[in-house]
Design a protein. Structure first.
Length: 297
């Protein structure tokens, strides 16, 4: 297959299809055709031709569908999707533009074909949606990834997995500039009834403060927990704190809040450098964006 893969692939693919169509006096051997399609797909994988492999796994999926094997059909659609996605990632890594998104659309289409074979609230549906989202993140389609993450969250029941996905969604929304939505997600995380590890909660609380200074506050994002967070930060009564911040960080956040409310850009610039060691890269970007916003205003 390596010297003239296209011609060899087409010939083998057509031969398998021809066997299926030659019914005569008997039903075609679906199981044999499925195995031949899968065998051809593996050959294509070994030759580093994921697009051909994806097309062939679709052939296997259709065979399984005609035999009434729903799970086998879904598994082959997933295998096809992963091959198309592999082809798309290869183009992305080589910095080739893919305006028609042929491989990407084929991958998502196959994933969704598989998804609809499982019950509505099946964890396998959530798993497929998360795989699509993570793949889209790898090739820098953040806004599309957010859509699939949100769909997965509607299905996930496990509290720990739900928390992990919400945290990832929160960070993705910030990276994508969806700051209003990020603040709402951050509020939802802190209002969860399940346990959130202290280090993670502290990071989210700092991000919530910076987000709240960025966005226009309204009844949707001004939650009771957010109001209490600001009250506690600006109040030196440690007994009533929502959480115990590092004392130095708390003082710096106080200064950031006051400087922002006073529209004092120079004070913000001065405090930002002292605050940087306490911030993640994403939080630092938020703070710099806040300074730029105050300058524009």
């Amino acid at each position: 297959m390596s010297t003239d893969l296209g011609a060899s692939f087409n010939e083998q693919y057509v031969n398998i299809n021809t066997k299926l169509k030659k019914r005569f006096m008997r039903r075609p051997n679906i199981s044999e055709a499925t195995n031949e399609f899968i065998g051809l797909a593996i050959q294509c994988e070994n030759c580093e031709q994921p697009t051909f492999a994806g097309q062939t796994y679709i052939g296997a999926a259709k065979c399984e569908a005609s035999a009434g094997n729903i799970l086998g059909e879904a598994e082959n659609y997933i295998a096809a999707a992963r091959q198309f996605m592999k082809a798309e990632k290869k183009l992305f890594s080589l910095k080739f533009d893919s305006p028609d998104r042929e491989n990407l659309e084929a991958a998502i289409g196959c994933f969704l074909q598989a998804l609809h074979k499982y019950p509505e609230k099946s964890p396998l549906r959530a798993s497929i949606l998360l795989e699509i989202a993570n793949d889209l993140l790898e090739i820098n389609h953040k806004l599309e990834a957010i859509t699939y993450f949100k769909q997965a969250l509607d299905i996930i029941q496990d509290e720990t997995m739900k928390l992990m996905c919400m945290i990832k969604l929160f960070k993705m929304q910030i990276d994508s500039g969806k700051l209003d939505l990020a603040l709402q997600t951050g509020n939802s995380i802190t209002d969860l009834k399940c346990h959130v590890p202290e280090r993670i909660l502290a990071e989210i609380q700092v991000s919530r403060v910076l987000l709240a200074l960025h966005v226009e506050m309204n009844d949707k994002n001004r939650t009771d927990s957010l109001k209490k967070l600001f009250t506690d930060l600006l109040n030196d009564d440690e007994e009533n704190d929502t959480m115990q911040f590092n004392p130095d960080l708390k003082l710096k956040l106080q200064s950031i809040i006051i400087s922002s409310n006073l529209e004092d850009q120079q004070a913000l610039i001065a405090i930002s450098m002292d605050t940087k060691p306490y911030l993640t890269d994403q939080q630092w970007d938020l703070l710099q964006s806040l300074i730029s916003k105050k300058q524009e205003d």
